[in-house]
Structures are given as C-alpha cells and as structure tokens.
Design a binder for this molecule. Structure first.
Ligand SMILES: Nc1ncnc2c1ncn2[C@@H]1O[C@H](COP(=O)(O)OP(=O)(O)OP(=O)(O)O)[C@@H](O)[C@H]1O
Ligand SMILES: Nc1ccn([C@@H]2O[C@H](COP(=O)(O)O)[C@@H](O)[C@H]2O)c(=O)n1
Length: 208
C-alpha cells in the first residue's frame, strides 16, 4: 500500500503524513527534505541553482541519505546530520529553483522509489508523477493566511513576510504541484492537526 499526501507549502503535509504513518505503523518519506538538502548543499558550496550538473556532481561525490525513521525523517550526508538545517528561510528561498531542475527531480525520485511499500509519501507530485499507482491519494490545502500563521511560529520573520514567501513559493512550485485527479482534497484550515489526521485515516484501512 502507498499513501500519498501532496499539497502547497505549509499546508500540513509533513505533520499529517507523520501522524498517519505513526498510527498505521508505516514509514513515511518527506520528498521536500531531499529538495531542501540539495538546496542546502548548493548554498553551503556556493553552487549555481540554475544548472544541475555542478550540484549533481557534488551530490554524487558525497551522497545524501534520507532516513524515514518512525520519529521523523532524518537527512544525512556522510557523518553530517543535515536535518536541523533544512527548514530555514534561506533554504526556503533557494529550494524552488533547485526543484525546477529535471535532473534533480530524477535524483529525488530515484531516492524515493527505493523505499519498499507500504509507506506514506508527502510532497507536491507524489500522487501524480512519482507514485501514480498509489492506492490512496490526498491533497492538502489551506489559505495563505492560515498557513502563514502556522509557519510564523517556526521562522524569525513577521506574519506578512512569511505569507508573501509562501505565496511566492506556491507560484514557483506550481508546475509540479497540480493535484492528482483521484486525490481527495482536504482543507487543513477546517480543523486542528488531530482532526485532519483522523480525516485521512477514515479513508484508509484499519491497521491489522
Ligand atoms: N490542521 C492543522 N492545524 C493546526 N496546525 C497545523 C495543522 N497542520 C499542520 N499544522 C502545523 O503547521 C505547521 C506547518 O506544518 P507542516 O510543516 O506539516 O507543513 P508542510 O506542508 O509539510 O510544510 P512545508 O511544505 O513547508 O514542508 C507545523 O507547525 C504544524 O504542526
Ligand atoms: N515532491 C516535491 C516536494 C518538494 N518540492 C520542492 O521542495 C520544496 C520544499 O518542499 P516542502 O514540502 O519541504 O515545502 C518545495 O517548495 C518545492 O520547491 C518539489 O518540487 N516536489
């Protein structure tokens, strides 16, 4: 079984996916973390984000590993745990450019397709491009303001700046973010996190 949870920035994908996966006792993978890790490598090494070759060469020289642990995904590069450095405004500002590079998308998708089912996968195009065969697909939305009010707790910027950055990132990600035609849409602004997790679980088979 594959469950995909796609949606716009800060719609709750990671929190909902990890909550659903925990309840079903399945691994979950956050595809966004791999794009964020690639963007972080480009930032750390001063690599261009408008050409794939230099960044891919670095990622092949020193591979990045996504660990889908029950307590949450971790991203390692050799002995370096990158996880805590992936959710910053700086990475937010670079990641969409990296995500436009098709060879980088293939690099991410190759990582994801190594995971043996069953699992939960969250991102933008899990249910469309990466796992179109998934049995259960969800697409999370929420208004920019609701998403900004949540995200501002995790950033140092003010609410208006956070909202503007989310809207900009949504626009930059639009090409890969269309919902799968067979995805169930859930507005996460209509309930708290537990209620959204329960809603998703209501469509899934009970854990054995
Ligand atoms: N339904 C909800 N009600 C209240 N808070 C929520 C809800 N869903 C998620 N949150 C909170 O909103 C914040 C953003 O959620 P999360 O990081 O899961 O979003 P995301 O879509 O994965 O973000 P990004 O696309 O940037 O990775 C988190 O602090 C999370 O706990
Ligand atoms: N399947 C995906 C997932 C992510 N992206 C790009 O990565 C950025 C970060 O993703 P988050 O889920 O952590 O917000 C996102 O803004 C996209 O640019 C993607 O293209 N495809």
């Amino acid at each position: 079984m594959i469950v995909t949870i796609d949606g716009v920035a800060a719609s709750g994908k990671s929190s909902v996916a990890s909550g659903v996966a925990r309840r079903l006792q399945l691994p979950y993978v956050s595809s966004g973390l791999l794009y964020r890790a690639a963007a972080l490598v480009a930032l750390d090494e001063g690599l261009p984000t408008d050409r794939a070759e230099p960044l891919l060469a670095s990622l092949e020289a020193q591979p990045v590993e996504l660990r889908p642990l029950p307590e949450g995904n971790e991203v390692w590069r050799g002995s370096q745990d990158l996880t805590e450095r992936l959710h910053t405004s700086e990475v937010d500002g670079s990641v969409s450019a990296v995500a436009q590079l098709q060879p980088l998308r293939e690099w991410v998708n190759d990582h994801l397709r190594q995971l043996p089912p069953p699992f939960v996968a969250e991102g933008r195009d899990m249910g469309t491009n990466v796992f179109p065969q998934a049995e259960y697909k969800f697409y999370l939305t929420a208004s920019p303001r609701v998403r900004a009010e949540r995200r501002v707790q995790e950033r140092t910027a003010d609410l208006e700046s956070v909202e503007a950055a989310l809207v900009l990132r949504d626009a930059r990600d639009a090409r890969q973010s269309a919902p799968a035609p067979d995805a169930r849409h859930i507005d996460t602004g209509l309930g708290n996190l537990e209620q959204v997790i329960a809603k998703v679980l209501s469509y899934l088979p009970d854990p054995a």
